[in-house]
Design a protein around this ligand. Sequence first.
Ligand SMILES: Cc1cc2nc3c(=O)[nH]c(=O)nc-3n(C[C@H](O)[C@H](O)[C@H](O)COP(=O)(O)O)c2cc1C
Ligand code: SF4
Length: 424
Amino acid sequence: MIDYTPVVLPNIENLHEIDVYEKHGGYSHIRKALGMQPEDVIEVVKKSGLRGRGGAAFPTGLKWSFMPKDNEKPKYLAINGDESEPGSFKDRQIFEFNPHLMIEGILIAGYAMGITSAYIYIRGEYEKWVQMVEKALKDAYDKGYVGDKMKTAFSSDYTLNIYVHRGAGAYICGEESSLMNSLEGKRGYPRVKPPFPAQYGLWGCPTTINNVETIANVPLIIDKGAEWYAAIGAEKHPGPILYGISGHVNKPGVYELPSGMLLTELIYDYAGGLPGDKKIKMVIPGGSSMPPLRGEELEGIRMDAESLKAAGSAIGTAGIMVMDEDTDIVRILTRIAHFYWIESCGQCTPCREGTGWMLKVLHRIMDGQGRMSDLDLLENVASNIEGNTICALGDAAAWPVKFTVQRFRKELEEYIQQTSEVAA
Ligand SMILES: Cc1cc2nc3c(=O)[nH]c(=O)nc-3n(C[C@H](O)[C@H](O)[C@H](O)COP(=O)(O)O)c2cc1C
Ligand code: SF4
């Protein structure tokens, strides 16, 4: 185990209460940011190396710099707390245990980009957490940290209003352009890009979308500096990460640790290994849409964007799903395929039809009617979805299937051999 003290989710009792948050320096970081030029705030975030925690690990400061500098149109910030990807459950820890850190991050981001309205989009099923965020936001408004009273509280001209919006249960609304359509009251269809949100976002105005965890890192960077942040964890993907570990481990949960942790260290030292000391068959390192890894090939793989890319997967949301040696891969894959089929919005043909075909073939295999050629068929359908769709849900649906077939081919062939009446 390493020597590390959590900073996003520090071990402070009742930190979700505004008085406690203030006692520990809360809302002094926005004060500090307001004393800087907006472009200098963006520079600090760029220098820190902060990368998005919503899935794509895109550099946050760079994203902010895409926003126009003029005020021709209103500018918006949308905070993505849809958190509907199976295996991802880390943003709700921030909602519950440190919501003011997120709110303060929104204020700093808003100031840096000249934004006057921000939305926190929260997964509809998270009713408990919606209420917690609403309570925190109300307390922040009452204290004058948000809204018109900011001028007095911070002796500054800057004001920002923040609104909470509940999703209605669709995974696709976590995709940023779909989230914007949903916020506008439209059907949650992803938009064709370009134009990108910084050019044409909410109501046709410049918009930035950031994940909850991403934005919660911002006050820490302003407080302790870009160099401090850049020195935590992996050089090209620094900072603390909330690793959500689930599946066949003795101590599932969310662990805040530096980026670049060894996957095996997280699973064995922090999450307590596997029940019954079983071997690992498969690990999906970043939420269900990321390419799965073989259990015996985890040695040396670190949890940062570069290391996982080199290992043939991706960091995604750092939601690590562990499956032991007894796991039925066909059942797992069918379950995952079912999720993406049902969540496909249906706009583009490869995703709408392909997700259905993959599911049908997997059901056929599970029902003892599989053929050896089904494995090539699955790979073929997945490859025809990948890269050919409006949004990344297509890839999310294709990758688990394509890479499981490629990396677990022997096991799948044995499965078909042993269960199928028509194997040949
Ligand atoms: C189907 C789909 C679902 C997504 N769901 C989420 C989500 O629940 N939360 C999130 O932050 N990003 C989600 N994303 C990624 C967002 O589109 C976007 O990249 C992210 O919110 C940007 O924030 P970041 O730069 O801070 O990571 C999803 C993407 C896709 C394609
Ligand atoms: S890839 Fe799938 S979810 Fe995304 S727009 Fe196309 S049909 Fe909809």
